[in-house]
Ligand binder design. Structure first.
Ligand code: ZN
Length: 398
């Protein structure tokens, strides 16, 4: 392809809306508009990735620091809108809301009798634990929903120090919405002071840690009152006992016990679909230096950036055109900078666009039958005899 045909627009300055360096260089190199829309060059890069994706496991050829599970491939990036739990030790990786972890049970206590206590203005776990002078682990947190499909009231109990995962709950009971004040009253619960004890017509779902936690403080279903020493099995039971808790950083990995990290990511593949825009961003994020993109050979849409520097005595343009056909005939993809720009402008653009190899036809070298070859990631140029340039390029790319 020729530079002018692609109407490539490079930019000297980073766009002021750039959240990451990779996005900034994709805009500056003319792959994307500032509004994150692929340009003609961007479409070529994306189509090339689509073509590459016919190969099995192609993301692994792109030299990206990905993490994955059997369903999805992720790229960690601070601006990512999705969070995953990841174990650096055994590589266990799962979307945070579905990630499993090993819970720590409290030491088993003997079950004590229920005791009703006045707890005015204690309608949060925080205020309740403070008021009673107990750790949050000694409380039961209630969450109340209504199932969308049949209007069933869903009463959820998790330990007070833990965060419930709505995704894990939905996996058990299907889609739910928050219960209304009216619905809460109708099952006999009291908002802020609710427990599963004595409810009418509610589907009770408890986290699997609840049956192993004795003597929890829970609501008395009466405003201003709580019950001490509630015990699952003795005071109430549930239709469903399952893992309902959202993992957090530092929780123990379910596979190996090491602490989990929480990472922001973008999704590169959701089996069997690829997200090529995200893969292009991941490439730019991973492969750049302070001058521009440094795309590796299998990922770059063009292997060679070919340019000529106008000469005073020799016709470098015609020679460059010849090389352009020769390289292409050899199966090498070439971006030919066919503009009448100064060498410096072209060098800068070559660095921004990031093809693995740059070939320059200049008068001085051409007089000796040579052209200049430079690898994007190497500082020095080398002179190569024109008749060897195709072979030389091929050997570099292999
Ligand atoms: Zn692990």
């Amino acid at each position: 392809m020729k530079y002018r045909d692609l109407q490539i627009q490079t930019q000297r300055e980073a766009p002021n809306n750039a959240r990451t360096e990779g996005f900034s260089f994709l805009v500056r190199a003319g792959y994307l508009t500032r509004e994150n829309v692929p340009t003609q060059l961007g479409e070529i890069a994306l189509n090339y990735l689509r073509y590459l994706s016919n190969a099995v496991d192609f993301v692994s050829y792109l030299s990206l620091p990905t993490i994955s599970n059997s369903n999805e491939i992720y790229f960690p990036i601070a601006s990512g809108s999705i969070e995953v739990a990841h174990c650096p030790a055994c590589k266990y990786t799962e979307r945070l809301e579905l990630a499993r972890f090993t819970k720590t049970t409290l030491p088993q206590e003997e079950q004590l009798p229920l005791e009703k206590v006045l707890t005015l203005d204690c309608n949060t776990i925080e205020s309740l634990a403070n008021f009673l002078g107990i750790p949050k682990e000694q409380t039961a947190k209630a969450l109340m929903y209504t199932r969308i499909s049949d209007g069933k009231f869903i009463f959820v109990v998790v330990r007070g120090d833990m965060q419930a995962s709505e995704a894990k709950l939905k996996a058990q009971v299907s889609e739910v919405r928050a219960a209304t004040a009216e619905e809460i009253l109708s099952v006999g619960a009291a908002a802020g002071y609710a427990s599963a004890i004595g409810l009418k017509e509610a589907l009770i779902v408890v986290d699997d840690l609840i049956p192993a936690s004795n003597n929890l403080v829970a609501g008395a279903n009466e405003s201003g009152w709580h019950l001490k020493n509630t015990n699952y099995g003795r005071d109430y039971s549930a239709e469903i006992v399952a893992d309902l808790i959202q993992a957090k950083a530092g929780d123990a990995c379910v596979e190996c016990g090491n602490p989990l990290s929480v990472l922001s990511v973008i999704v590169l593949a959701n089996n069997p679909e690829y997200n090529f825009e995200n893969i292009l961003l991941a490439l730019a994020e991973t492969h750049h230096d302070d001058k521009g993109l440094t795309l590796p050979h299998p990922a770059a849409p063009f292997d060679v950036y070919l340019m000529q520097v106008p000469g005073k005595e020799l016709d470098t343009r015609t020679k460059a055109e010849e090389l352009y056909s020769e390289l292409q005939h050899a199966g090498i993809s070439v971006l030919f900078d066919d503009r009448d720009e100064r060498a410096g402008v072209k060098f800068n653009d070559a660095d921004l666009i990031g093809c693995p190899v740059r070939v320059t036809v200049g008068e001085k070298a051409l007089k000796e039958g040579m052209v200049e070859l430079k690898l994007r990631k190497v500082k020095e140029n080398q002179l190569v005899a024109i008749e060897n340039i195709v072979e030389k390029t091929k050997s570099i790319l292999n």
